[in-house]
Design a protein around this ligand. Structure first.
Ligand SMILES: [Zn+2]
Length: 503
């Protein structure tokens, strides 16, 4: 089967476009990473699972992907309009810790959640605080080109001057005149905005006040970079002045990504990204789930069930499945019912995987059922077509359930092995396993928690004791040998039978 041509929806053109990388077979992918001042929540899981699957699918198609996802550890202020404290500095103040302790704590926690969700680690994970010289250099270039100005030790991007020759607002669909009119209503009333020539201008560098801990020397003041400039500087450093795909949540389109474009154009004269991709939000009762709204559930709370909004705990693979069953550009509404359905469906998919791994065609074919072959071919085609059509994981997942029906019918005997060709069975097996494991990144969760193991071992020890009482020594030896292969040994003593891990 030839692989269909990949199409991706580009936020910039508001349509699907054939994917054609700048320098094939290489693909540069940049995704905005977390601001590490708190636990990752369900809303964070969506972009990272979405772009992990994109990375996996591109790799499956033969592309060599360099996937860069940053860690924002400085410069993200509480408010998008350059107001308020730095989010990390504020958390550090409240918890009486060093800002870098906060950064380390939540970066580690983020990595742990990503590992549990089975997201592959990016090729490069740069930190904003480790790229201050690159950001200063970029800001200097923007000033030299006349698109930024210094004011009282801070530097701002001059949106109005930039808009005279450039299309500020193209990505987000905002019209500069409307932005100005909107800002005009409360012009100059916001605290800390007096330094700006226009309210639409955004900070590239902020002068640190005396209390501010995270600060660096620059030509303008001792201070710290604005939030948007880090992504421009780091993506340019690792992926070049123009690269293939920039991803993130829809909530980042404005002002973050709009400003990234302006900074790149303002410093080197051309647009940084060929394809802008944005995932839709996860809602809770129809409202966006977010830290600032206070209605979020952290990933750890999902994994251990410790949030009053949850009926039970949900495993990382259930969360991953929940995200993948919808197309990334559709909204996804959280509910316990939806997650329970996802849990069931995930288990069905994994049971199919376990069955398939054990299945081997007996090799005797009497009468090939061509309809069955067609069903397999169609499902395989649908899986690839779905992914090629702007990464529609919902369609691809549906085709796996079609293949699963065949797997279960083979297992149950409703479809006879004598009617399926060796090739068709191999196609079914390869497609199913490739999509589940390699492309969707769904793993079998063994559920072998300590409690389950104790429970299972109690049952095994009971059979062991019975076999001994009956003097069925072949069975006694067989039980010992089988569990020994799992690294567990049975210990007989005067007080009874127990088990230990083999030392
Ligand atoms: Zn970013």
């Amino acid at each position: 089967m030839s692989t269909p041509k990949l199409q991706l929806y580009n936020t910039l053109s508001r349509q699907k476009e054939p994917f054609s990388p700048i320098n094939p077979p290489f693909v540069g992918l940049y995704v905005c990473g977390p601001t590490v001042y708190g636990e990752a929540h369900l809303g964070h899981a969506r972009p990272y699972v979405t772009f992990d699957v994109l990375n996996r699918f591109l790799t499956h198609l033969g592309y060599k992907v360099r996937y860069v996802r940053n860690i924002t550890d400085v410069g993200h202020l509480e408010n998008d309009a350059d107001e308020g404290e730095d989010k990390i500095a504020k958390k550090a103040r409240l918890e009486q810790l060093e800002p870098m302790e906060i950064v380390e704590l939540y970066t580690n926690s983020f990595h742990e959640s990503m590992r549990l969700l089975n997201n592959n680690h990016p090729s490069i994970e740069p930190r904003a605080s480790g790229h201050i010289p690159e950001q200063i250099e970029m800001i200097q270039r923007i000033i030299n080109n006349g698109f930024a100005y210094e004011s009282n030790g801070s530097v701002y991007f001059d949106v109005i001057n930039y808009s005279k020759t450039n299309d500020y607002g193209k990505l987000s669909g905002r019209v500069i005149e409307e932005l100005i009119a909107g800002a005009g209503n409360d012009r100059r009333v916001l605290e800390g905005q007096e330094e700006k020539r226009n309210l639409e201008d955004f900070a590239l560098w902020k002068k640190a006040d005396s209390r501010h801990i995270m600060r660096w020397q620059s030509p303008w003041s001792e201070g710290f970079p604005g939030w948007h400039i880090e992504c421009s500087a780091m993506s340019r450093k690792y992926l070049g002045e123009t690269f293939d795909i920039h991803g993130g949540g829809m909530d980042l389109v404005f002002p973050h990504h709009e400003s990234e474009i302006a900074q790149s154009k303002g410093s080197c004269g051309h647009a940084p990204v060929k394809y802008w991709m944005h995932n839709n939000m996860i809602t809770i009762n129809g409202r966006k789930m977010g830290k600032s709204l206070g209605n979020f559930i952290t990933l750890k709370e999902f994994f251990n069930g410790s949030n009053s909004l949850l009926d039970q705990s949900y495993s990382p693979m259930t969360i991953r499945f929940f995200i993948l069953q919808a197309h990334y550009r559709s909204t996804l509404d959280f509910s316990n019912e939806a997650l329970k359905a996802a849990e069931k469906a995930y288990k069905r998919i994994i049971n199919g995987l376990r069955s398939l791994r054990k299945m081997h065609h007996p090799g005797i074919i009497l009468n090939i059922n061509t309809e069955l072959t067609e069903r397999i071919d169609n499902a395989q085609k649908q899986a690839y077509d779905g992914m090629a059509d702007d990464m529609n994981t919902a369609i691809a997942m549906a085709s796996l359930f079609e293949l699963l029906k065949i797997v279960n019918s083979l297992k149950g005997g409703q479809i006879s092995w004598e009617t399926i060709s060796l090739n068709a069975f191999e196609r079914l097996k390869t497609t199913y396993i490739t999509f589940v494991e390699e492309i969707f990144g769904l793993l079998e969760e063994k559920g072998k928690t300590a409690d389950t193991l104790d429970f299972l071992m109690d049952a095994i020890l009971e059979s062991y004791k019975n076999a001994k009482e009956r003097k069925d020594y072949p069975l006694v030896d067989q039980i010992r040998a089988q569990i020994k292969s799992e690294g567990i040994v049975i210990k007989d003593s005067k007080t009874g039978v127990t088990w230990d891990y083999e030392e």
